[in-house]
Design a binder for this molecule. Sequence first.
Ligand code: SF4
Length: 373
Amino acid sequence: MAGIYIHIPFCKQKCTYCDFHFSTTFTAYREKMIEAIVEELKTRVNYLGKQTISTLYFGGGTPSLLTQEELKLIVETVHQNYRVEPEIEFTLEANPDDITIEQLLMWKAEGVNRLSIGLQSFLQEDLDWMNRAHSAEESVSAVKLAKEHGFSLTVDLIYGLPNRTNFDWEYNIEKLVALSPDHISAYCLTVEKRTALYKLIEKGDLPEVGEDDQSEQFEILVRKMKESGYQQYEISNFAKEEAYSQHNSNYWRGVNYLGIGPSAHSFDGESRRWNVSNNPQYIKGVEEKTNYFEEEILTPKDMFNELLLTGLRTKWGVNLELLSFKHCPSKQFYKQLDSFKEFELVNEEEGVLYLTEKGKLQADHIAAMLFLE
Ligand code: SF4
């Protein structure tokens, strides 16, 4: 069992907070990019060995900008070159302004069964400073339309926004819960240095966001999700009736995956590999069969730390025995673990470590303190 991730590095416009790899001026090389993605799929056919593909994920960028011909070509290449299970989870990230009846029918025809919709906020003022291409009204109709067409849905929101109160955040959650998607991902806004948002805050056009406000909004999120029947199965991910993201759950469990396209990451159980985050360099590298990626062999300590970080964030926790297979935990690890247990941040049940509700507020810090040096 393994997954394939395909990165589509095109966007209509640049969202102010976004630090992902994409380009808004791609018309001249669009066709070459699709050809390079197809070529990379063909040449890396042995990367996953004999494992079957159980999840396919189109992310970006904006994969909802793909035409039917482009999507079909990529999907057919996957089926022709890989052993794909009969019932796969096939997710495509879609922006609300791209969701129309015609597009939904087209995605369905090409095998997509799950849409990941980036709403971010239901407040128009937020969407304006974010420079999102959709309006608050379009968000609501897009989710309703996608549901009517039978797609499994995950919807993204962002909390900890400038100028937003806890009351505004509750409003956003309630609006989303009323639409009843199967799955919700909620991320805390991070202001990355090379973004337009960083400059807006630096110039004083938007206020800085306090960490205390963000922590309070996370607590509101966890409470309201629980009240609304969503299970927090990962720090930032909530599902109704176990509609977990199979693709992302596999990342967290350490399942192998192949990442195709510029900036895409791959993992084969022993090493990580990441493609260059530059569209022309990526196309040239694939065409000329020169190096367009970097690679890192993971040490047992790296594997230990990764399993700890990802496992602690999930409802499945981290099995201490499995962790010890990666690397023997140090005395310092057990000492730190005892201290976290004492402060009721971590629980241990039948050899599995879980974060408590209080611990979830500091998940990354707790994992970092337990890392092997
Ligand atoms: S649409 Fe998505 S990938 Fe593109 S700029 Fe906006 S947030 Fe980034």
